[in-house]
Structures are given as C-alpha cells and as structure tokens.
Design a protein around this ligand. Structure first.
Ligand SMILES: Nc1ncnc2c1ncn2[C@@H]1O[C@H](COP(=O)(O)OP(=O)(O)OP(=O)(O)O)[C@@H](O)[C@H]1O
Ligand SMILES: [Mg+2]
Length: 282
C-alpha cells in the first residue's frame, strides 16, 4: 500500500505520455445578437489524433475562439458534439487547458503563485511543488519564479501563462493566438519553445493563429475556416520535416496555397487578408 502511494506521487510529477483524441462532430453554433440569431459555426467537423498538432486559420470573426471555448467546456454547441477521448465535453477540465492571447496573470501573485493556481484549485498544492518547479523550468522561468507579473516582458508573461497550463499536465492544449501580441523576434523564439514543449509532452495541440507561417512551422495539419458562419474550407497536411525551413520550396508552396484560400474568401467578402502574413510585414 505504502509502495502504491509512493508510485502515485512519482507519477504525479511525471509528464503525460500521450495526448487525447479530439473529435468535433457536425458542430453548429449561433449567438443571439441584437434580437437576431448570429450563425457562427456551420456543421464543423474536425478530428485530431492523440498527440497531433493541429492549427486553425481563418478570417477574423469566423468562429475560431468560439470553437476553442466549446472544446474547453466553457460553452455548449447548439447542434453537434465535441468529444475528448470519446467523452462528450460538458464542463471545463484542468487537463484541457486554454491559453489566450493575453497572459491573464493575476497581478497580486508572483509567477510561481500564478502557476500554482491550478493545483491549488484542485486542492493539491502541497503535493504539487515538484510539478510547479518542473513547469517553470520547462518554460525557462525558474529564475523569475518570485517575480511579479508587472516585472515580466510580454514573452516572459506568455511563458508564465504556458507554465500555468502545463502544470496540470494537459492532455489537450488549446492555444488562442498565444503569440499574437508579441514582436516578430520573440514570437519566433516562443514558436521554437512551444514546439519543444509539445515534443517533450506530446499533448494534443489545437492552435488558432493568424500567422500562416506560424501554423506551418508548428502544425501536422492546418484547418482553414471560411468566413462566418465558419465551415471547414480545407484541411492541409504539412508533410515537412521539423524543424521546418521557411525558405524551402515545400514550405513556400503550402503557404501560398493557404494564403490563396484565405485571399479568395477575403476577396469574396470584401475584407483585407494582408494580416495573415505578419512575418512578412514586420
Ligand atoms: N458570447 C457571444 N455572444 C454573441 N456573439 C458572440 C459571442 N461570442 C462570439 N460572438 C460572435 O461570434 C463571431 C465569432 O467570434 P469569434 O471570437 O469566435 O471569432 P474569431 O474567429 O476568434 O475571430 P478573431 O480572429 O478576430 O479572434 C463574432 O461575430 C462574434 O461577435
Ligand atoms: Mg478569436
């Protein structure tokens, strides 16, 4: 029995080996807005295998964040169902972590105390100290564990937000433009770090981004949304070896293909699609 407890404590600190399967099945979502129904997602179906890295690109307002909120259990779809490892998602789960564009750190807590929020909420603060240390080390913030959020750069704050998500050893990591507000150089660095975190932890990742190059650097497959109400316009497999060479012919061809899809939609709806190429414009 004593051995069993010791075993449990060890596994508590050990990383999750495999991510969860995601199945989004015919999901339709609409909001009531100004007395009218606003259709947002139109029969969207997407699956991700355990440990797969899927990126989602699409026009602003098409429903990408709406879809992540459904996966995070923050909302329920009007029609269809969202499953993680075959179970319908009905409520938030600490192992299905969501990271936003803004790090949303609590300013009155140190970095370490921010990372501790998840274990604390689960009543597991005392036996999670190793886990918190490991999460801080994973994002290279050990030296800043006792710093206050106001003392961090934008990139460091976003690393702290990632550590806060990773401390619960997520089987699914939902990323809503997590690097969107960072300068181009910091974004490149964090893309590399995100990739290495995923390679170490093998969670299933669903990344929303406006940066097509970012999607191509990171993802196994890229889902392209149409304008709202979003339908899956295309799903593109990125069969390029990592780390990916952005100047390779294969990379450029895929980028052109995805930008072409987005541009065609933008032209049809009269919106500006240039912001999809943030790397090229900064
Ligand atoms: N709770 C809500 N109530 C009413 N309308 C909403 C709500 N949440 C989102 N919407 C609307 O749904 C549409 C899709 O929003 P969503 O935030 O999912 O888009 P997005 O693809 O993430 O856009 P962006 O790329 O700009 O972040 C928008 O028109 C938005 O106004
Ligand atoms: Mg959004």
């Amino acid at each position: 029995m004593v051995t069993d407890i010791a075993q449990d404590e060890r596994s508590n600190a050990a990383p999750q080996k495999e991510g969860a399967a995601i199945d989004i099945v015919s999901v339709t979502q609409a909001f009531r807005s100004g007395g009218k129904d606003l259709p947002v997602l139109d029969e969207v179906s997407i699956s991700a295998k355990p440990g797969e890295f899927v990126a989602l690109v699409g026009p602003s307002g098409s429903g990408k964040s709406t879809l992540l909120r459904l996966l995070a259990g923050l909302d329920r779809p009007l029609f269809g169902e969202v499953y993680v490892d075959g179970e319908p998602v009905r409520k938030p789960n600490p192992r299905h972590a969501l990271v936003f564009q803004d790090p949303t750190l609590l300013p009155w807590r140190t970095v370490r105390e921010n990372v501790a929020i998840g274990p604390e909420a689960l009543g597991r603060l005392r036996d999670s100290q190793d886990r918190i240390d490991a999460a801080l080390a994973l994002v290279n913030l050990t030296e800043f564990a006792d710093a206050w959020p106001a003392q961090l750069s934008g990139g460091m704050a976003q690393r702290a937000a990632l550590a806060r998500a990773l401390v619960n050893d997520p089987s699914v990591l939902l990323l809503d433009e997590p690097l969107g507000k960072l300068d181009a150089l910091t974004r490149r660095v964090l893309q590399g770090e995100l990739l290495s975190l995923w390679e170490q932890r093998r969670f299933t990742a669903l990344l929303v981004t406006h940066d097509v190059s970012e999607a191509l650097v990171l993802a196994d497959r890229i889902v392209v949304f149409s304008p709202r109400p979003a339908q899956v316009r295309d799903i593109i497999a990125v069969n390029l070896e990592r780390p990916r060479d952005q100047s390779s012919a294969g990379f450029i061809a895929l980028r052109e293909r995805i930008l072409g899809l987005l541009d065609a939609d933008a032209a049809a709806s009269g919106t500006d699609a240039l912001h999809y190429e943030t790397d090229a414009t900064e």
